[in-house]
Design a protein around this ligand. Structure first.
Ligand SMILES: [Mn+2]
Length: 327
């Protein structure tokens, strides 16, 4: 983030009071960690603030300091200043979007390259690995010291958006920020245990279903799997339990592109796409009305499972043929 932009956000926060911090729908570790860190910063500055998300905090992130303070849009007060965190567009806020639109002053802090600058004041850094990286720099300007609670939230944001510092978005600055957060009291081992080593039994049973449904196509370069409403019912797993399941398909040796279909109560399918190195799954998702980027994207498919699967297979096969003509 450019120094002057960062200073402008800091000034905006110092000069005003009453903030509604908004996390995105289907909240992940970055939007929650970064929102909680900003909320904690505002509270420590003695500001009035609230933190809102359309959905309840997923169980895996309940350990984040301050997670109890996150409220649903209908419980929110709606303050004078709204700050959206990790939201590429207004729609990403879901029902919390109306709080944003009703605010007197609006600010958008994000790292998605597709961000459409929907706020009065937009602070977007597409180079940042996580929105948490931007908030870490901001908090350092606003507070004399980042305490262990804020550091824990920010470290979680960095850790989850970089896939444990493994994705290509991990840059030297990301690790420098992570190192600073450890020095401020974030506990790497404990945060890893909470996020990656505390798997609900039902989630693991659902994963077994997904692995069982997995099939390879295109000479093993494409993997497709799915879970149905029956799989959820029979394992007792929740929607949030599919988090990360696509990785089990993508990680298969030889697989370049992966698709994972999750049936929703309305009968449609949420389709997640991943690619390892070459395929542009973002282009597939955009063509089908979804979004994302080259290596991670998603869209909604309608119709019965067989049709949704056939569509994913056809689109991914086309994308792989652009790279390997012989497929
Ligand atoms: Mn993010």
């Amino acid at each position: 983030m450019q120094e002057d932009v960062l200073r402008s956000i800091a000034a905006f926060i110092k000069e005003n009071d009453g903030f509604t911090v908004i996390a995105h729908t289907s909240p992940d570790g970055d939007t929650l960690g970064a929102s909680l860190a900003l909320y904690g910063t505002l509270k420590r500055m003695g500001k009035r603030a609230e933190i809102v998300c359309e959905q309840p905090v997923p169980h895996v992130y309940a350990f984040l300091p301050g997670a109890d303070a996150i409220c649903l849009p209908e419980q929110a007060v709606g303050m004078e200043n709204a700050i959206a965190i990790d939201c590429a567009d207004l729609a990403r806020m879901g029902a919390a979007g109306r709080l944003f639109q009703a605010a007197k002053r609006t600010c958008n802090i994000d790292h998605h390259i597709t961000n459409d600058s929907y706020a009065a004041f937009n602070a977007v850094d597409a180079e940042a690995a996580a929105t948490g990286e931007i908030i870490a720099a901001l908090a350092a300007l606003l507070l004399p010291k980042i305490d262990d609670a804020i550091a824990t939230c920010l470290y979680t944001a960095l850790l989850t958006d970089t896939g444990n510092f493994a994705y290509s978005n991990t840059r030297p600055e990301t690790l420098h920020t992570a190192a600073d957060l450890l020095a401020c009291g974030a506990d790497n081992t404990e945060i890893n245990r909470q996020i990656y080593r505390t798997v609900p039994f039902a989630k693991q049973k659902l994963l077994a279903r997904a692995l069982d449904h997995m099939e390879l196509y295109c000479e093993g370069k494409l993997g497709i799997s799915y879970v149905t409403l029956a799989d959820f019912a029979e394992t007792g797993a929740k929607e949030e339990d599919t988090e990360g399941m696509i990785d089990s398909v993508r990680d298969i040796e030889g697989v370049e592109a992966a698709a994972f279909l999750r049936e929703t109560p309305s009968g449609s399918f949420k389709v997640s796409l991943r690619s390892k190195r070459f395929a542009d799954v973002g282009a597939i998702a955009h063509a089908l009305g979804g979004g994302g980027h080259k290596h991670a994207a998603g869209y909604t498919a309608f119709g019965p499972l067989q049709e949704a699967q056939a569509q994913a297979l056809a689109c991914c096969t086309d994308a792989l043929r652009e790279i390997w003509k012989e497929l």
